[in-house]
Design a protein around this ligand. Structure first.
Ligand code: HSE
Length: 416
């Protein structure tokens, strides 16, 4: 029998305890006969009427000072005190399992170093992709590959909202409220819809794939709040759809391109059909080629599934060599400046002199492909540029704006 503690009894934490109880017998078989006993549940709130009321504590020290507790599950969210608690547990020889992407994206390097120094494990499968196995596949099953690119729909809430709004006609507020009711959204859903959650997850995947820590504040991040029905209509006319994508790519100069933003995806491409709360993650390796992971990216039980899998894995390794995941620190300038990274862009703009519009576009952007939709205002043009760096794009936008053109949107085309 191994004693564990679960810190946090919110959506994911309660799912972890329920799953460990519900599947107790089959889990015990998978650990080779070692039962998993939840000895403590840490939460500052009062919970009564659960089948396990006696396990609740408000004191972290109860967990820290109990040497029988070998594995601590951190599902509180946020960086503090999660970071201090995780560090303290590992310094006392306890393994830590977390679903906390903010924590891993911000402090992964320090936490993994502490795990190594204390000869314990720090596991975080649930931090990306909810129930989808992605962390372990990346560092174990795909370990033979040089990973050149990783890209994904990584936020269930915003994908759910985009699907409800643009396929089913829902408005933003009601789609978000439903995502909150279903337990998909963050406590502060701005992190979902403004792209920070996707940014944290692509930082974790990129750090793991490329071996050096990438911090969220180094990543250009745009969310879904500016996406309009008009943009989606143009994307559909072009033959695609718009999704919030986190992507990271090794460049030929040895630096990393990393970005979170809405992107236009061609229908039939590998991530375009990923809807609702589902996530899809494309990994490009030199041996495997493209490999796509798909499943529920948020929600109580899918996320609990990943957390409990880490607990089971760790239970099997009690008293043996710890599970080892590691990445190093990054030198300054390892993340390529967004200004120097190039992509095709779908640009939509309103022109003050419609008769001159196409000339203004070609004088500024050169050859472009126009997208036409009947019934749109005469002074509006939407077009797809050739590959252009973000630095050049903002320069050309300013040129148009100085000619009294209103640039309504620029959305990169993501070909995968
Ligand atoms: N709020 C997150 C999402 C939860 O919607 O994807 C899972 O990380």
């Amino acid at each position: 029998m191994v004693d564990i503690a679960v810190m946090g009894h919110g959506v994911v934490g309660s799912g972890v305890v329920e799953l460990l109880i519900k599947n107790h017998d089959s889990i015990e078989k998978k650990t080779g006969g070692i039962g998993i006993n939840v000895k403590y549940i840490l939460d500052l709130r009062d919970f009564t009427g659960t089948p396990y009321d006696e396990k609740f504590t408000k004191s972290f020290d109860d967990i820290l000072n109990d040497d029988s507790v070998k594995i601590v599950v951190e599902v509180m969210g946020g960086c503090h005190p999660a970071y201090e608690y995780a560090m303290a547990c590992m310094n006392r020889g306890k393994c830590v399992v977390t679903s906390n992407k903010e924590l891993v994206a911000q402090f992964g390097y320090q936490l993994l170093a502490a795990a190594r120094d204390n000869n314990v494990s720090f596991l975080f499968e649930a931090s990306v992709g909810g129930g989808i196995p992605i962390i372990r596949p990346l560092h174990q099953c795909l370990a033979a590959n040089e990973i050149s690119e990783i890209a994904g729909i990584l936020n269930g809430t915003s994908n759910y909202i985009l699907t409800k709004m643009f396929k089913e006609g829902a408005d933003f507020a009601s789609a978000l409220a439903e995502a909150q009711r279903l337990g998909y959204a963050e406590r502060n859903p701005a992190a979902d819809v403004e792209g920070m959650d996707t940014c944290r997850k692509i930082c974790i995947l990129a750090s793991l794939s490329f071996g050096k820590h990438i911090y969220p504040d180094a990543v250009e991040t745009v969310g879904i709040t500016g996406i309009t029905k008009t943009d989606v209509a143009y994307a559909e006319r072009w033959g695609g759809t718009i999704k919030l994508i986190g992507r990271a790519k090794m460049l030929e100069n040895g630096k990393v391109f990393i970005r979170t933003s809405p992107a236009v995806l061609r229908y039939g491409s590998q991530l375009a059909g990923v809807d609702d709360v589902f996530n899809g993650i494309l990994v490009r390796g030199d041996a495997i080629g493209d490999c796509v992971f798909y499943g529920k990216g948020a929600g109580k039980m899918p996320t609990a599934s990943a957390v409990v899998a880490d607990v089971i894995d760790q239970t099997k390794h009690i008293g043996r060599i710890p599970k080892r995941v590691f990445w190093g620190p990054a030198e300054d300038g390892w993340v390529e400046s967004a200004d120097r990274c190039a992509e095709k862009q779908m640009v939509r703009a309103a022109f003050s002199a419609p008769g001159m519009a196409e000339k203004q576009v070609s004088d500024t952007f050169g050859d472009v492909d126009y997208i036409h939709i009947s019934g749109r205002p005469e002074n509006e043009l939407c077009f797809v540029t050739s590959e252009i760096s973000y630095g050049k794009l903002s320069e050309l936008k300013s040129v148009l704006e100085n000619e009294a053109v209103r640039v309504e949107s620029c959305i990169p085309i993501f070909e995968c």
